[in-house]
Design a protein around this ligand. Structure first.
Ligand code: NAP
Length: 308
């Protein structure tokens, strides 16, 4: 039997369309989720066209367990969960029980679907250093990862500097916990201890100059798509080493996802869902995301049959 899914099709605008695919076949340590909501991330939208045609795309989902894992791990049938895994943009997905978390009753499933990729990335990169009382610069702060990072850095006791592309994109970030909102890196006059960089390019090399001795750049993403050129000798630094670290740690995200959901349930983390609509509108949502018109996350509702 086939189910509906968002599949890769290089022939359509945005390279994603609703199609059909086979039902998932769970491994013994995987449960089957009936997906109710999914969220989009810049990386998977931008690179959809690079995947083989027909691939079921996406990583972020929330829904209800319809098949428990054969090995006895994970939540029971009927449990509401958020999930991170491949093939998420479908009516049903098979997902590792270590990559799901139960959604507290207070939390809307659509909000839960916004969290996995962006929330885990923000949480894990901020945990790379002790941030209490430290100066933390977050680039691309208006985006999906950025808006979670601003909130979590503030929760962790950092002095939060949010960097955005324009004054308009900075709206709402002070309310989320930013101590300073800067357009680009204008006006940042003291060194910073940790940089979460989602922009790359020229801004990354400029941000490097702001890093204090012993500081670290967590290079999360490269939304700018432009090269970064370091001036000769600019990586030399007296004192404790300055570092640039890569990030791509998606191992066993379940417990961290549970932490994010608890923060949402307690009113300490806003899911920042700025765009919500049917998955029939995936092309429109993906375009808005790539055009920097979404402040935070785009969440799509998974619908079983074509409207009308
Ligand atoms: N390493 C990992 O595991 C991991 C995980 C998640 C995301 N990522 C990567 O991190 C980056 C951000 O992801 P996201 O989901 O937060 O994306 P997003 O919601 O689209 O946010 C991207 C932000 O980048 C800023 N930006 C600056 N220059 C840009 C340019 N030339 N083109 C487009 N955006 C520009 C935008 O700022 P303004 O809105 O202020 O204009 C926007 O807010 C992406 O590259 C993504 O692939 C990596």
């Amino acid at each position: 039997m086939d189910m509906r899914a968002l599949v890769v099709d290089p022939e359509v605008p945005g390279s994603l369309r609703l199609g059909t695919t086979a039902e998932p076949h769970p491994a013994p340590d995987q449960l089957v989720l009936e997906v109710r909501h999914i969220s989009l991330n810049r990386g998977e939208v931008a690179f959809a066209g690079h995947r083989p045609p027909g691939t079921v795309h996406g990583y972020d989902a929330a829904g209800v367990v319809v098949g428990a894992a054969a090995d006895g791990t994970g939540p029971a049938v009927g449990t509401r969960v958020a999930a991170f895994g491949t093939g998420a943009w479908a009516q049903r997905m098979a997902v590792d029980t270590t990559a799901v978390a139960e959604v507290p009753a207070k939390v809307d499933l659509a909000d839960a679907a916004a969290l996995p990729m962006a929330g885990i990335t923000a949480l894990r990169t901020l945990r790379s250093r002790s941030i209490l009382g430290r100066r933390v610069l977050i680039t691309g702060a208006a985006g999906g990862v950025g808006r979670y990072a601003v909130q979590l850095a503030a929760l962790g006791g950092a002095h939060v500097i949010a960097s955005v592309g324009s004054a308009a994109r900075g709206e709402g970030l002070t309310e989320l916990g930013a101590d300073e909102v800067r357009v680009g890196l204008e006006g940042i006059d003291r060194p910073v201890d940790l940089i979460l960089d989602t922009v790359g390019g020229r801004q990354l090399t400029a941000a490097w100059q702001l890093l204090a001795p012993g500081g670290d750049v967590q290079s999360i993403g490269w939304a700018s798509d432009e090269p970064a050129m370091f001036a000769p000798h600019s990586l030399f630094s007296l004192g404790p080493a300055k570092t640039i670290s890569t990030f791509g740690d998606t191992h066993e995200v379940g417990p961290d996802l549970a932490t994010l959901l608890e923060f949402v349930a307690a009113g300490r983390l806003s899911p920042e869902v700025d765009w919500r609509g049917s998955w029939e509108r995936v092309t429109e949502a993906a375009r808005a995301l790539l055009d920097r018109r979404i402040a935070g996350k785009a969440v799509l509702n998974v619908e079983p049959a074509a409207a009308g």
